[in-house]
Write a protein that binds this ligand. Sequence first.
Ligand code: PBG
Length: 325
Amino acid sequence: MGIGRKRMRRLRTTEAMRRLVRDISISADDLVYPLFVKAGSGIKSPIKSMDGCFHFSDDTVVEEAAEVMSLGIPAVLLFGLPGQKDQQGSGAWMDDGVVQQAVRAIKKQLPELLVITDVCLCEYTSHGHCGVINSGKVDNDKTCQLLAKTAVSHAHCGADMIAPSDMMDGRVGVIRDALDEAGFVDTAIMAYSAKYASAFYGPFRDAAESAPSFGDRKSYQMDFRSAGQAVAQMNLDIEQGADIIMVKPAVGYLDVISRARQRFDVPVAAYNVSGEYMMINDAAKAGHLDREQAIMETLFSIKRAGADIIVTYFAKEAAEIIRKQ
Ligand code: PBG
């Protein structure tokens, strides 16, 4: 048997040839950069568990958002760390809450930057769960009402898109109705639809001070031993009015991203989470791999699986890498 006529290496011979035939690309347009805002002023303090990320206050976050925008990244995703937490998580929907103030400040200075807000109660509750507790359990329906209130308060301040990450049943529909009733018919919803209970959120929970004080999130976030449920979750969210569906985490869940792409016609986002971010940071620091190459290979794997949008702490760095290529 000869080698055959088909030689795959022909198309790999030179960089120009490889550039010509490649079929996946990433641009800054595909990226979303997460930002953490804290109550206070003049804050820009490094987050210990997440190298290269900072806590900002509503005044300093504007400068950072401007830098993100100047790199060609279209959107930021805001997380809030309130001054005070309580059982209900009331800091989440306060008119002068930390995210509310940050949204106002950013939209005032940078009206063209898309501002997405994470909607969840875990950063605001004293117990750290994503909803209110009733007899030791997270009360789904009561939580949905509070999430809707939070979403409307973000929209009032100018948020362009609401991203519920709590995994309560029915929250997308309740939020959509509340936004519409309040007149925010154009405020979009990016639902964390297939969000798994994951060890890879570890660094984020330090950054957002949101680790649950008892139990875990397994009664609302998905079991990673399941794939079919992800499709059901995404289906439900689309039915209830999600404009964009999200899979989270990304790297260990490329199969789920791929299913989402094949099954649905809405944009698919993937969240390259804090643990995935720190694994590359630490491995590069230890000299095990080339940082820039590992970042781009990871982002391309997420894109290749079918994600249109990638939420990543690497967004700024990736935009710079893309620019110089
Ligand atoms: C809030 C939320 C979490 C993340 C995004 N939104 C934490 C969690 O669900 O425990 C994780 C993000 C990351 O790890 O980068 N519910």
